[in-house]
Design a protein around this ligand. Structure first.
Ligand SMILES: C[S@@+](CC[C@H](N)C(=O)[O-])C[C@H]1O[C@@H](n2cnc3c(N)ncnc32)[C@H](O)[C@@H]1O
Length: 208
């Protein structure tokens, strides 16, 4: 098990209890996302954490596979639906790489607050592209700290080495868009919430 997964396993209970940082922006992102979801869609979310967003979207689509690399996160997500299962919603311990056998299986993929935690977000974007059907939609929310807090990088690196925080990749909005476009996505929607300027909410579609 890699250090990052261990970190998220350790933090899962705390993460489940934490309040949403910017509830207004979160609500708006849910609403915008739902403009792109339809009842006949098969959706996959990676890095779903304890499943809060999956619970909101799953009732609106045909199937919703919510995955996370951390088994503890998925345990908590499953507990949340134990008493009232949602038809079509399944939680699985997996990374998108583990789903490689499901090429072109999904109409939409969500990756919320996760791309900046990866050493190679471009490889992940290419993996997502392969899991999407032509014309499929990728909805992401990503901290772009290279634009907003570049001076934090040495502190983030030290905190990671001391096992205090997960690995954080200092991405820029431009780099993220470039990676999406060079993987064959077209950007459909971009938003930086006013009160949480670190994050970049992007909706992109795969070429048909
Ligand atoms: C900051 S949390 C975000 C959780 C949720 N998406 C949210 O917005 O609240 C990041 C999550 O990504 C998961 N994660 C990190 N790297 C991953 C990977 N390569 N594949 C799948 N999940 C990953 C972690 O286990 C953690 O649950």
């Amino acid at each position: 098990m890699n250090a990052s997964v261990k970190y998220w396993d350790r933090s899962a209970e705390r993460y489940a209890r934490r309040p949403i940082a910017d509830p207004e922006a979160y609500q708006r992102k849910l609403e915008i996302t739902q403009r792109y979801l339809r009842p006949d869609m098969n959706v996959m979310e990676f890095g779903c954490g304890t499943g809060a967003t999956a619970l909101v979207h799953a009732p609106r689509v045909r199937s919703y596979l919510a995955t996370d690399a951390s088994a503890r996160m998925i345990d908590i997500a499953r507990m949340r639906t134990a008493d009232a299962p949602i038809k079509g919603l399944r939680f699985e311990v997996a990374t998108p790489d583990d789903l490689a056998h499901r090429q072109q299986a999904f109409d939409a993929v969500l990756g919320l607050n996760v791309l900046h935690l990866l050493a190679d977000p471009r490889a992940m974007i290419e993996c997502i592209r392969d899991l999407l059907k032509p014309g499929g939609v990728f909805i992401s929310n990503t901290a772009c700290l290279k634009d907003t807090r570049p001076c934090m990088k040495p502190i983030a690196t030290l905190a990671y080495r001391l096992h205090l925080t997960p690995y954080v990749n200092f991405l820029s909005r431009k780099e993220l868009e470039h990676d999406l476009q060079s993987a064959g996505f077209q950007i459909q929607f971009r938003w930086v919430p006013e009160r949480s300027r670190d994050v970049y909410f992007l909706i992109a579609t795969k070429e048909k």
